[in-house]
Design a protein around this ligand. Structure first.
Ligand code: C2E
Ligand code: SIN
Ligand code: SIN
Ligand code: FE
Ligand code: FE
Length: 721
């Protein structure tokens, strides 16, 4: 548009100088001005280049009567006639499409060199005129350069059927029209670019619509790959995902020949995918087989002459994997494909990240619920066998193992006796410590692991593994109060990569089972054991809250501090007993809802936009969604759900006012804001203690319950002195 304005300006300047010289012919001048205005108007009303050029040539003829005229384009030293007018009528077949080298015609070279219009009054006197058969009628010529941003892109030519047909002024007018053609070219280019951008936007929009309803990570990856392949019109692609517990990339989903790469695992930095993962840069290659960056093992599998685009799959600052799309021979990678794929990599990344958090949360809740159910069973069921059977069922559901065996240690026989199992064809009724995997765990009082190919394997265990077709197994000693009470064995029949969390949970389950077994055995100690169970819950909760602090890197230690301070303040305000336990759990989990807030928002260094605030304000709602399914946490929901309500009713998410806000949340709000303000945040530096206390005093009756503020300030004062 800028270019259009500039050229139009030039046109007007020239128009004025021409007017001066043409005072003698006002009528002609008016015609020129009108024609130019009409031409300029058509530039803004139509975007079809051919149609525009026709319009320009037509208008040109009105002000400079010629016998024929044409527009030529220059590209890489070749000249091509793109639009022509008036030749057919003169028996010379249309010149459109004709291509010839620029340096084969002296007249065009001359124009190109001077950058100015050229008039040849008599062709026969111009010795280098190359006459094409059928153009004998041409007697005179006028041509002008078409310049876009000072660069020659073509010529506007007039041919006359009599000598001296074109004057100097005609040359000037011709140049005016050549400038209009330049604008038309520039516009057409802009238009094409806009079309490409639009096309890309549409593609992205389409894919994001397709991804949204995905229910599982696999489903999501599948949709992402399928749609992308469709869009780029190829059959071969893969998504490599990074597994942090093994520090390697593996294919999560593949199509076409890339399915052959499934068995490979790449370290970050290894092969093309590993490099793209590490450097977070797009990589383009025209021949995967010849590319030295590609690992040899992969090069052996790649088909001949296959090009590829690799883009990182990212979510915010985190790289999750690599998107690899390959294109068959003869279908070169287009720059548009690359930028489209890069955008899809990012879009896929954030969708994957959300899905993962969601899954993780669901798993956490499911597991906590399971712990709770085991606990309730222990209290309800006098029968130990029922409890163990139920525990196995829950292990099956939550840990997805094929086999599980619980053994109880009998101190009298000194054997591990079978108590409950599922998934095994044949189970030894009793084994001595030291034998099989379970016996090894019991003897060493340590988790024993087995995976296929493990060279340290005892003969009896090897025999069982072969018979049962086991791929991996874990055996854990069940130890309660330092005493061995049994073993828990689990095994899988297919390859499986357990992560640290999975193992942690298995440990927790073993701990719970040990306690359950012991509490059954020692009925008189049931109460004490139950307390241990609760401690185990609270350890789990503390583990989560530490994980949350870690995610929100800047607030490390925040949760522990606000929890301690909240309890202290609550006690000063007369809260006692069980209510304090609920407050403690609530404070530990107060921002668990931020698990549902994407990193890009949580870690944003600056202020949040309206939309980002909308997401952020949901975090208390997320917390209630997440925790309300856990019976024993229900009384602890006051803080996670209501810590952003304000005394004057201006808080969120419910806009509660005054004492409608639970007291625990009113107490907590003061402590949380105190700790937030005295800590560095990604979005601002820490305030001093004095400034913060002043602020809290000032907010009494607005943000905070005045009574809580009073107690808080008094407590801080006593602490400070
Ligand atoms: P947070 O950082 O844990 O802050 C908790 C509460 O402390 C805030 O709730 C607010 O009441 C108080 N607070 C924290 N910093 C300031 C401050 O600089 N000035 C004042 N007057 N009060 C402050 P709020 O505002 O509802 O925010 C909830 C959460 O939203 C924050 O938790 C933080 O994670 C996020 N957040 C708030 N503002 C921004 C921001 O400007 N940028 C980013 N990236 N995140 C923000
Ligand atoms: C890689 O080279 O890392 C990816 C394999 C491929 O698609 O060629
Ligand atoms: C068993 O206890 O019989 C085998 C299961 C195991 O050792 O993990
Ligand atoms: Fe919060
Ligand atoms: Fe907080």
């Amino acid at each position: 548009l800028n270019l259009e304005g500039q050229t139009f300006m030039q046109a007007i300047v020239r128009d004025i100088s021409i007017r001066k010289r043409m005072e003698k012919s006002e009528r002609e001048a008016r015609l020129l001005a009108e024609t130019l205005r009409e031409t300029a108007l058509s530039l803004t009303s139509t975007l079809e280049l051919d149609e525009l050029l026709d319009r320009i040539l037509e208008n040109l003829e009105k002000v400079v009567p010629a016998s024929a005229c044409n527009v030529m384009l220059v590209e890489d030293g070749m000249v091509r006639v793109v639009r022509a007018r008036g030749y057919r009528e003169r028996g010379y077949m249309p010149t459109e499409g004709i291509t010839f080298p620029l340096n084969s015609t002296r007249n065009l070279l001359n124009i190109a060199e001077t950058g100015r219009a050229l008039i040849i009054p008599r062709l026969e006197e111009y010795s280098d005129w190359v006459r094409i058969p059928g153009t004998e009628w041409m007697q005179s010529y006028a041509g002008a350069p078409i310049l876009v941003k000072g660069e020659l892109v073509g010529f506007l030519n007039l041919d006359g059927d009599r000598p001296d047909q074109f004057s100097e002024e005609d040359g000037e007018r011709l140049q005016l029209f050549a400038d209009q053609v330049a604008v038309a070219f520039a516009n057409a280019q802009l238009y094409r670019q806009t079309q490409r951008l639009l096309h890309r936007l549409e593609a992205i929009n389409h894919i994001s619509n397709v991804l949204r309803p995905a229910q599982t990570l696999d489903d999501l990856l599948n949709r992402l790959l399928t749609e992308t392949l469709h869009l780029l019109e190829t059959q071969d692609g893969a998504i490599w995902m990074y597994d942090s517990s093994r520090d390697e990339l593996r294919i999560a989903i593949a199509a076409g020949w890339q399915t052959r790469l499934r068995p490979f695992a790449l370290k970050p930095g290894e092969s093309i995918a590993g490099n793209v993962y590490l450097r977070r840069e797009v990589y383009l290659t025209h021949d995967l087989k010849e590319d030295p960056l590609n690992a040899l093992m992969i090069r052996r599998v790649v088909p001949e002459r296959t090009g590829g685009v690799f883009v990182p799959v990212q979510s915010g600052v985190q790289t999750l994997g690599v998107f690899a799309i390959t294109l068959p021979a003869g279908k070169p990678v287009q720059p548009d494909d690359v930028s489209l794929l890069a955008a899809l990599g990012e879009m896929g990344g954030s969708a994957i990240q959300r899905m993962r958090l969601h899954d993780e949360m669901r798993m956490h809740i499911q597991r906590l619920e399971m712990l709770h159910r085991v606990d309730t069973e222990v209290l309800k069921n006098a029968n130990l066998n029922d409890t163990l059977r139920m525990a196995l069922e829950l292990i099956h559901e939550t840990l997805q193992v094929d086999v599980a065996v619980i053994r109880l240690y009998n101190p009298d026989t000194q054997l591990l006796e079978l108590a409950a199992s599922f998934g095994m064809g044949m189970v030894e009724p009793a084994i001595p410590p030291g034998e099989y995997l379970a016996g090894k765990a019991a003897l060493e009082r340590h988790t024993a692991r087995f995976w296929r190919g493990d060279p340290n394997i005892s003969p009896e265990w090897e025999e069982l593994v072969r018979r049962e077709g086991l791929e991996m197994a874990f055996a854990l000693p069940l130890i309660a109060h330092g005493e061995l009470v049994g073993t828990l064995g689990v095994a899988m029949r297919s390859l499986f990569h357990p992560n640290r969390e999975w193992e942690d949970f298995l440990d927790t389950v073993a701990g719970q089972l040990a306690l359950a077994i012991q509490s059954h055995r020692l009925v008189e100690q049931l109460r004490r054991s139950n307390q241990e169970l609760l401690l185990a819950y609270d350890t789990t909760i503390e583990g989560w809250s530490r994980a949350m602090d870690l995610r929100d890197r800047e607030t490390e230690g925040h949760t522990q501090r606000v929890t301690q301070l909240t309890l202290k303040l609550a006690q000063r305000m007369g809260i006692t007993g069980q209510a304090l336990t609920h407050l403690r759990r609530g404070a530990l989990l107060h921002d668990i809802g931020k698990m549902g807030v994407p990193d890009a928002i949580l870690h944003k260094p600056g202020p949040l936009t309206d939309e980002e605030w909308q997401v952020m304000r949901q975090h208390p709602v997320y917390a209630i969604d997440m925790l309300s399914s856990i019976e024993y946490l229900k009384p602890a929901l006051d803080i996670p759900g209501f810590h952003h309500e304000k005394w004057d009713g201006s808080g969120y998410p419910y806009g509660l006012k005054g004492e409608a806000i639970p007291l625990g949340a009113r107490i907590f709000a003061v402590v949380d804001v105190y700790d937030a303000l005295t800590s560095d945040r990604p979005y601002r530096k820490a305030w001093t203690r004095e400034k913060t206390l002043e602020y809290i005093r000032e907010q009494a009756g607005k943000h905070f319950d005045p009574r809580v503020v009073e107690a808080f300030l008094k407590m801080m004062e006593e602490e400070g002195s």
